[in-house]
Design a protein around this ligand. Structure first.
Ligand code: AMP
Length: 213
């Protein structure tokens, strides 16, 4: 089973994707994570995309489609979760073609519905464990007082360079201008489903579970 999690920055796509990886052994394909990794390891491509990402704009379709093409060749027994991809109509077309080439289907497209006001707080207060990727939030899920990750015990927490008010504005604009047309695209194909992304993590997970069966 292959699924797309669609929604603006801070909607909770990564958090829910991580749960699905743990609970169902699915493979999370986050183009954002792949691009950040390319930056950390200092590849040419990583250097090329750094400024665009820090600003909050989208990197080229060519680059992200290339990343996904490579990953799909590895195969995923229990299915893929596309997290942060596709983000444009050409990416959506490319994903359809790539899945077809691999003999795979797209089984669920889940929109995580949230309010813009919530996103600002979620994104501005966000940090992740540098070791296991667990997501924390200053207001709703602060890093424990002992400074240790509740999942892995790690103590190296990171804040993303683009989790600031200016970049968030650009990221939201990119979402509404370039990504939100995908809602109509998948609706017209009869594939769009939605969950209330404003609820507690457990409740959102429950709604997703009900859709996936
Ligand atoms: P994310 O972690 O999904 O919020 O992505 C972080 C940043 O990486 C975005 O703001 C974009 O600059 C870039 N990015 C990630 N995925 C894509 C994509 N599918 N298309 C274009 N740019 C992307």
């Amino acid at each position: 089973m292959n699924i797309i999690l669609l929604g603006p920055p801070g909607a909770g796509k990564g958090t829910q994707a991580r749960r699905l990886v743990e609970e169902r052994g699915m493979v999370q394909l986050s183009t954002g994570d792949m691009l950040r990794e390319a930056r950390t390891s200092g590849t040419e491509m990583g250097k090329q995309v750094a400024a665009v990402m820090d600003r909050g704009d989208l990197v080229t379709d060519e680059i992200v489609i290339g990343l996904i093409r490579e990953k799909l060749q590895d195969g995923a027994g229990n299915g893929y979760i596309f997290d942060g991809f596709p983000r444009t109509l050409p990416q959506a077309d490319a994903l359809g073609a790539l899945l077809e080439e691999e003999g795979e289907t797209l089984d669920h497209v889940i929109e995580m519905r949230v309010d813009d006001e919530v996103l600002v707080n979620r994104v501005a207060g966000r940090s992740t464990c540098g070791n296991c990727g667990e997501v924390y939030n200053d207001q709703t899920k602060p890093i424990p007082a002992d400074g240790k990750c509740t999942v892995c015990g790690g103590s190296d927490f990171k804040r993303r360079g683009d989790d600031n008010a200016d970049a968030l504005k650009t990221r939201l604009l990119a979402y509404y201008k370039q990504t939100s047309p995908l809602l109509g695209y998948y609706y017209a194909k009869g594939q769009l489903e939605g969950v209330n992304g404003l609820g507690e993590i457990e409740d959102v997970a429950g709604e997703i579970k009900a859709l996936l069966g």
